[in-house]
Design a protein around this ligand. Sequence first.
Ligand SMILES: Nc1ncnc2c1ncn2[C@@H]1O[C@H](COP(=O)(O)OP(=O)(O)OP(=O)(O)O)[C@@H](O)[C@H]1O
Ligand SMILES: [Mg+2]
Length: 507
Amino acid sequence: MLEMRGITKRFPGVIACDDVSFEVYPGEVHTLLGENGAGKSTLMKIVYGLYRADEGEVFLNGEPLRITSPNQAISHGIGMIHQHFMLVPTLTVAENVALGLKSSRGALTDLDSVSARIVELGETYGLRVDPSTPVWQLSVGEQQRVEIIKALYRDAKLLILDEPTAVLTPQEVDQLFVTLRTLTAGGRGLIFISHKLHEVLSLSTRITVLRNGRVTGSIPVEGATRDSLAQMMVGRAVKFAPDGADAKPTDVALEIRGLRVLRDRGGEGVCGVDLDVRAGEIMGVAGVSGNGQMLLAETIAGLRTPTAGSIKIVGTEVVGMPPKGVRDAGLAYVPEERMKDGAIGDFTVSENILLIDHNDPRYLKHGMFDFEAIRKHAQRLVDEYTVKTPTLDTPVRNLSGGNIQKMIIARELSGTPEVLVVAQPTRGVDIGAAEYIHTRLIGQRDQATAILMISEDLDEIFGVSDRVAVMYEGQIMGIVDPNTATREQVGLMMAGVAQDEALSQPT
Ligand SMILES: Nc1ncnc2c1ncn2[C@@H]1O[C@H](COP(=O)(O)OP(=O)(O)OP(=O)(O)O)[C@@H](O)[C@H]1O
Ligand SMILES: [Mg+2]
């Protein structure tokens, strides 16, 4: 279906794609694998008409493909689901799907037929979603479905999915994969990008690995393993479970009592939470997204006011304090929505690293910024976390998705807070970086920080936590020891089964 020959794409200071050849056959899932900044999104944006290659050729069904816009890509039957959603939140599902379609009839009649077709596509491919719902009311999983429906509506034969699973729960991923298999069985070609190797192994027919813009190998999925793929990607063996000595927890540093928080859409989202996290331990919070974990984190950070309850950071009551006050009381916070809440795209890498530290005496000299010290600090973080950027003065919007994530994590973990609340610490980062972040979290723990780590990734929960609290419908279902509990038991608690009952299940 698709053949790319000798594709090269340069940006100032980087060669994003370097003489890349790549092809897709009908009915296959061809996965692109590679570290953050390896050039995966760039290569796909060339297919989709967003970027033009400096060198090389693209053929679609044997014909040279010369396009300069996504509209032209769509008219050739190419669809792309982006790393960051592109839907308009205030419009309904049907309006989003209809957006940009040429219509000959009146808008209203068109929307009815669009809705009917959405329902039909939803039934055929298991992508159920109500066409009349405004997009802002949908969960991320549902928004993902809308993106796919949008591509199918335009009759895409070749579908590019750039990290479609990064924000989905494990259940939503299973559902998505069923849909994707139906699509390829019908003869469509799929290009899949993900950093999660078990997903890659379960969905792909073929895997091509990129490193620094070059293809380092292209192999059928048969015979590939997590270890062999990691080796091809990173050029060395990767540890999937971090090792570290056992935790030596001391006093309670984060104390939560009777906490109640309302949701934006009405109703209570945190319904009476009591939780203690001690200095020197990592408390994992497992749960399907939307069960109150994010409300809990945002309330601790001072971004929301609870209707009842207390939160103490090393003895100081922080309920009612502004976020800055909570920070001063000893909290560091890595939010889930890092792209929205954690970085400013037009600012440079070193400016973004300075964002939280602008009052730090280390970076001030006679009341002015000490740019020399700032650059040193920024350079050290960029090196340690392998943030791939041409220079410290590059605007952050030019970095790859995973490298922006790494920059924010590096900034937030660079201090020695009393309490660290971190949501989805390795979402969107490559396996080498994930390994490093996990090691850093354990290192931070060993320097007596109390860590509350919210994650939907059970591998991460089991690999890093010293204790695991399971949240369901705004409540803590129980706290388990990850050394003795099983994934199945935690999975049951995540679905609302009581702790006693879940733990008595045979393993
Ligand atoms: N518009 C742009 N301007 C300048 N540089 C860019 C631009 N887009 C990408 N780059 C650079 O090209 C390289 C490849 O980026 P790309 O987004 O393709 O990586 P990726 O493999 O998709 O990574 P990730 O896993 O983090 O999403 C990176 O070094 C990035 O900084
Ligand atoms: Mg990318």
